[in-house]
Design a protein around this ligand. Structure first.
Ligand code: 5GP
Length: 145
């Protein structure tokens, strides 16, 4: 998938946003959905997407939607820090297949990090147990401000 391509309305995140595919939600409002990555690279790996923008990459998103998205990333990262007490975290955002992107609905990753726990590779992590993801999502949601 090149950087310049039309938005596919049947990409997996669009289907999650329409409720056609289940997801473990952390929080949502009219503009944003935060949900657990089902192939987490570390414990507490959260994805943040815009509900209103069909931008595929950072190049395409409208400035107002980007502002809401980045504010949501910060809000969620603060809750992850409160809930899970990581020693660090990574914010990741991939653009284009050559840039590591696999789902072409713009999203940010929050990946909590601990010094003694190696992070699993992007695209190489096993599927998580849904109940474990739900428990993590509940802890993060409880820490939201
Ligand atoms: P990208 O490679 O596009 O930056 O990230 C896509 C992310 O979506 C990956 O981390 C992958 O694990 C995650 N992912 C792929 N399919 C699903 C799914 O059906 N549900 C959830 N919750 N995450 C998914």
């Amino acid at each position: 998938m090149t950087l310049q391509a039309p938005y596919d309305p049947d990409n997996i995140f669009a289907r999650i946003l329409r409720g056609e595919v289940p997801s473990v939600k952390v929080w949502e409002d009219d503009h944003i959905l935060a949900f657990m990555d089902v192939f987490p690279q570390s414990e507490g790996h959260v994805l943040i997407v815009s509900k209103t923008s069909t931008a595929r990459t950072l190049l395409e998103i409208e400035p107002e939607a980007l502002a809401r998205l980045t504010a949501a990333v910060q809000r969620t990262a603060r809750a992850v820090e409160q809930a899970l007490s990581p020693e660090g975290f990574q914010i990741m955002q991939f653009n284009g297949e050559a840039g590591g992107q696999t789902v072409f609905h713009l999203h940010f990753h929050i990946v909590p990090r601990w010094a003694d726990r190696p992070m699993k590779g992007h695209g190489h992590a096993p599927m998580a147990d849904a109940a474990e993801l739900r428990a993590l999502a509940d802890r993060i949601a409880a820490a939201l401000e």
